[in-house]
Write a protein that binds this ligand. Structure first.
Ligand SMILES: NC(=O)c1ccc[n+]([C@@H]2O[C@H](COP(=O)([O-])OP(=O)(O)OC[C@H]3O[C@@H](n4cnc5c(N)ncnc54)[C@H](O)[C@@H]3O)[C@@H](O)[C@H]2O)c1
Ligand SMILES: O=C(O)C(=O)C[C@]1(C(=O)O)C=C[C@@H](O)C=C1
Length: 366
């Protein structure tokens, strides 16, 4: 890949992950970054991810072959107004927003459709900020591209190659298709997760027994309820029509289930769970899709001060990044159990060896 210059306006979870993935794949790439958070920029420089940082959107962005708009969606519009004067015609402008209709409208109003390709990596996390960004976040994730019809095929093809270099899988859709499908598989699920958490919060007893015993099922389906409320507020305010329409279908489906539940309709209930099981299982078979394998193990730890810290330190000293770590309360073991999740296969393998050599008993799901 020719020596490209990339600009990032906003270098948080997604901007940071893209920058890290591209820098790892093509170290010759040069990156200019602007973010309102000065410490983010300083860290990106220190880590060698940014080659230049800017305290504003200025003429340094004129050198860019690609500019990624990765600030929160409401800020992208303001940034675009300032950036426009520094854009050269050859530069491809892209964004990473979770909703595409709005940005496409703003780009058209700005007369920039010919050099814009909407982008949306279907990968993320409930965490945010540069500090949580990881090159691996994009690996094998679908990365949706929404080029306006007037964009040249060459520009789309070049951008596809850049997305492939990140380790992601490019998929071209139009902005309307994008907003409908993501409403179904991303936006509505976030509303469902948060409403379920709120239901449990409102139904729990004073001593929080529901919260205490909530196990894998509840935690699996509600992880995303920990996501940024700012981001999800923006998504709901910009993809309102699609989300509301799917929400209506979903409410109707829930009402049907409630009716059959009262009727104790055994056949309906079996079919309901069975159809969902078959369809859900078919997702896992698409192994290169965005559903990532989870690399986690559970170990026994003594119930004593510092036990968790010493394991975290031991792994950090061996350059192993931990994705998640926490005490597991819902298992039969007598002592405490610690579940550790890693980002990749190589990390779990090394961790397994280190922990075994220190005498830890390891449990892993087959
Ligand atoms: N989080 C996810 O799971 C996910 C996944 C795919 C796409 N997205 C989309 O990516 C976009 C960014 O989300 P994120 O998760 O990276 O958020 P983030 O909060 O991690 O990052 C946003 C970054 O923008 C910076 N910023 C804020 N205001 C700014 C401004 N006016 N100018 C320049 N920088 C500014 C922040 O300091 C931060 O570093 C959102 O539009 C979101 O829809 C998020
Ligand atoms: O994995 C998560 O935490 C996510 O919520 C990621 C997720 C999604 O819904 O799948 C969230 C929003 C994005 O626009 C794309 C991906």
């Amino acid at each position: 890949m020719k020596q490209l210059t990339l600009g990032f306006i906003g270098l948080g979870l997604i901007g940071g992950s893209i920058a890290k993935a591209l820098k790892a794949a093509c170290p010759e790439i040069s990156i200019i970054a602007y973010d309102i958070n000065g410490s983010t920029l300083a860290l990106a420089m220190e880590e060698g991810i940014a080659d230049r940082i800017s305290s504003s959107i200025d003429a340094s962005f004129s050198a860019c072959d690609y500019i990624f708009l990765c600030a929160p969606v409401s800020k992208n519009d303001e940034n675009l107004k300032v950036l426009k004067q520094f854009l050269t015609p050859s530069c491809t402008l892209t964004d990473v927003g979770s909703v595409k209709g709005d940005i496409h409208r703003h780009i058209e109003e700005a007369g920039l459709s010919g050099q814009f390709i909407g982008g949306h990596p279907m990968a993320g996390s409930e965490r945010f900020g540069y500090i949580n960004s990881k090159a691996i976040l994009l690996e094998n994730a679908y990365y949706i591209l929404t080029p306006p019809p007037c964009v040249s095929e060459k520009r789309v093809e070049d951008f596809r190659q850049l997305v492939t270099a990140m380790g992601a899988i490019p998929l071209v859709l139009n902005d309307e298709q994008h907003d409908y499908v993501t409403a179904a598989v991303s936006h509505l699920p976030h509303i469902i997760a948060s409403s379920l958490v709120n239901l449990v919060k409102d139904s729990d007893s004073k001593d929080g027994i529901m919260k205490m015993i909530a196990a894998g099922g509840f935690k699996d389906i509600t992880r995303i309820a920990s996501s940024s409320p700012d981001m999800w507020q923006q998504i709901c305010l910009t993809n309102t029509g699609n989300i509301a329409s799917l929400l209506e279908d979903y409410v109707e489906a829930l009402i049907r289930i409630k009716e059959q539940l009262y009727k104790k309709d055994a056949q309906f209930l079996y079919r309901f769970f069975d159809e969902a099981r078959i369809y859900r299982d078919s997702f896992i078979e698409t192994s290169s899709g965005p559903i990532k394998k989870s690399y986690s193990l559970t170990i026994d730890i003594a119930d004593e001060a510092g036990a968790l810290a010493s394991i975290a330190t031991m792994l950090a000293l061996n350059n192993i990044s931990i994705k998640n770590i926490g005490i597991v309360h819902n298992r039969e073991l007598e002592e405490g159990a610690l579940r550790i999740e890693f980002y990749e296969e190589a990390a779990i393998q090394t961790a397994r060896e280190i922990l075994k050599s220190r005498g830890y008993v390891i449990y892993e799901k087959k």
